[in-house]
Design a protein around this ligand. Structure first.
Ligand code: ADP
Ligand code: MG
Length: 618
């Protein structure tokens, strides 16, 4: 069976295509997919067997961009044309960055401090969106090369603390790279999904996600309930990460060989080469006790204990952030059901131990911390693609949901493509005096008349207390939960009588049926509009006949004989027009009847008013 997805951006239906998950990181980026056979998330690897693409863009002398490992080589030799950490610039102005302006070895334009930053390469200016799009384009090409199929849809992750401008910038970067960004997902949410957390309907958990990357640290406290992820709090430091460990080691080495930092500070390429060797030392120390090497003719060496000592204050700062995040979430350590480790720097043993000690539990680190975010993005992508049939987290309603109102019209409460979960309500009333029940029929579809839509459920709302027509206020509420289960409830507001049922809107409809229903609604749109107008006119006509009849029965004495005859004739004409199903004729006859009845309706009103005044004995 062909699978059909709904494009959230355009609302259009389309054939299934693999949707990839992308972790667009400050330091490293990567793509993951759900393996079509194993159904498990996997990071895509090129022949070099590495899934990570360094988030580095180098511009050569012709102004052409290269991305990834090749670009990283130029960090040392061509720092002015080698862009790293472009993610930090997303949605930022120079004013936002000026405190850390020294951080960048390339030219960040500072002439217009309040507008969004640009980076200057030669005589060209690049926005952070363009720079990120180079990275995304590289990831897209890579994925297409490995999968041997076009890739045009992606889920991209961003830090939970990213604001709207930063999220939008990320979306735009995706678009510029030729990707349809179906969803921007928070990195901690993706990490949880990669551990399978949040995939069970009845699961309720509070988790801490500790993410220490190359240049940034963040911790998020998430609450998962019924497939919904809520960010309770985030904390962190956008200038604290593995790079700071590298710097600490650089200073340690310089101290060891007796060269003051300021002596090499202006030589950016020496600085970079020292940085690279420091990073190798750090990585080695995640599994070895000691690291030794030769650098610029010097012997340098560091032990794990020395490393721990110099980074202890930095690690401590991350733990302070964890404590603050807990306080902000109004929680204590005992409320945390799981701790997830994300980011390459969580491989450092001191980091792992400190986090585990702080939270008083062992941490989840079995999934590769470099890949965990991308893997979770792939899980989310698979859910959006509708492949994960056991997990029915729908994002949008495929078809409109509504109830049948007078004349068989479809009254839409939740339109097609509405976000899920969702809630909508509307008030209805009775048509007849003393009406004690009301039939609530729930339909799905785009046509104006319910007869062309699909009936999902029906129930008789009983127990409405006896009242004149139009008096009861029956509020019908549609609630779709995160699983796509619709419950419909009706409540009479004056008496408080209430009833509800549960409906499963999407079950039983094949994708082809959904598509057909949508096509139908387009083909029949004109005819439907005409029919709706007729039904509405007919309903209005019937109501007016009903009201007039009651009025005459009650107020016969107020009318002259001539008026009675004229009214009777106009009523008959209207009745005839209704029988003939002629919309225009019905409207004309409604107007004629109104014309005749207006004078005595006014008289009746006056009588009622003066009666009321008399009663008050003014
Ligand atoms: P980001 O999310 O910022 O893109 P990553 O999660 O890819 O960053 O983490 C990159 C950081 O992880 C770098 O500072 C890198 O040096 C560090 N890192 C990678 N592997 C190790 C390791 N084995 N030990 C310590 N740090 C590591
Ligand atoms: Mg990251």
């Amino acid at each position: 069976m062909a699978k059909i997805g709904i494009n959230i951006a355009t609302g259009s239906l389309q054939q299934a295509e693999m949707i990839v998950g992308i972790d667009l990181g400050t330091t490293n980026s990567l793509v993951a997919i759900i393996h079509p056979e194993s159904k498990q998330p996997v990071a895509l690897k090129e022949f070099d067997n590495s899934s990570l693409v360094p988030s580095v863009v180098h511009f050569n002398e012709f102004g052409n961009a290269e991305v990834g490992e090749q670009a990283k080589l130029f960090l040392e030799t061509d720092p002015a044309n080698t862009i790293f950490s472009a993610k930090r610039l997303m949605g930022k102005s120079f004013n936002d960055l000026k405190e850390n302006a020294n951080f960048f070895t390339y030219k960040v334009i500072d002439d217009n401090a309040d507008s969004l930053v640009k980076v200057q390469i030669g005589d060209r200016f690049y926005s952070p969106i363009e720079l990120s799009s180079f990275i995304l384009k590289e990831l897209k090409n890579r994925a297409e090369h490995i999968l041997k199929t076009p890739v045009s849809k992606a889920v991209i992750t961003v830090p939970a603390y990213f604001n709207d401008a930063q999220r939008q910038a990320t979306r735009d970067a995706g678009k510029l790279a030729g990707l349809d960004v179906l969803r921007i997902v928070n990195e901690p949410t993706a990490a949880s999904l990669a551990y399978g957390m949040g995939l069970q309907k009845d699961e309720e958990k509070t988790i801490a996600v500790y993410d220490l990357g190359g240049g940034t640290f963040d911790v998020s406290i998430l609450k998962i309930a019924g497939g919904i992820f809520e960010v309770l709090s985030t904390n962190g430091d956008t200038y604290l990460g593995g790079d700071d460990f590298d710097h600490a080691i650089m200073e340690f080495f310089l101290g060891q060989i007796g060269v003051p930092f300021h002596e090499i500070n202006n030589d950016k390429s020496i600085l970079q080469s020292l940085r690279l060797i420091a990073e190798s030392a750090k990585k080695a120390l995640s599994s070895a006790d000691k690291f030794s090497a030769e650098w610029s003719g010097y012997n340098i060496t560091i032990t794990q204990q020395q490393f721990n000592d110099i980074i202890q204050p930095l690690v401590h700062r991350t733990i302070d952030c964890c404590a603050k995040a807990l306080t902000d979430a109004k929680l204590t350590i005992t409320d945390i059901n799981a701790v997830i480790m994300v980011g390459g720097s969580t491989r450092v043993p001191l980091v792992k131990d400190s986090v585990s000690t702080f939270f008083g539990q062992s941490v989840n680190d079995s999934v590769n911390p470099d890949e965990v975010v991308a893997l979770g993005a792939a899980v989310q992508a698979d859910i959006l693609a509708g492949n994960n049939k056991d997990f029915l987290l729908l994002d949008i309603t495929p078809l409109s949901l509504g109830i049948e109102t007078m004349g068989g019209l479809m009254d839409v409460l939740i339109p097609r493509n509405a976000k899920i979960p969702n809630k909508a309500g509307r008030q209805y009333t009775t048509q007849k005096d003393g009406q004690g029940s009301m039939r609530i029929s729930v339909f799905q579809g785009e046509r104006d008349l319910v007869q062309h839509n699909r009936k999902l459920a029906e129930f008789n709302f009983t127990g409405i207390p006896g009242m004149p027509a139009g008096m009861p206020k029956v509020e019908v509420t549609f609630l779709i939960n995160a699983d796509g289960i619709l419950s419909v409830s009706a409540k009479e507001l004056r008496s408080g009588v209430e009833q509800s049922i549960e409906v499963k809107p999407q079950y039983g409809l094949t994708d082809a049926e959904v598509e057909n229903m949508l096509l139908d609604s387009i083909t029949h749109a004109k005819a439907d509009m005409a029919e709706r107008a007729l039904v509405e006119a007919r309903t209005e006509g019937e109501q007016i006949l009903d009201v007039t009849e009651k009025f005459i029965a009650k107020n016969t004495t107020l009318l002259t004989k001539a008026e009675l005859i004229a009214t009777g004739a106009a009523m008959q004409n209207l009745q005839m027009a209704i029988t003939l199903n002629d919309k225009n004729l019905i409207q004309t006859k409604i107007e004629e009847l109104n014309e005749i009845s207006r004078p005595f309706a006014e008289r009746a009103m006056d009588a009622a008013v003066s009666g009321a005044l008399k009663g008050k004995k003014v």
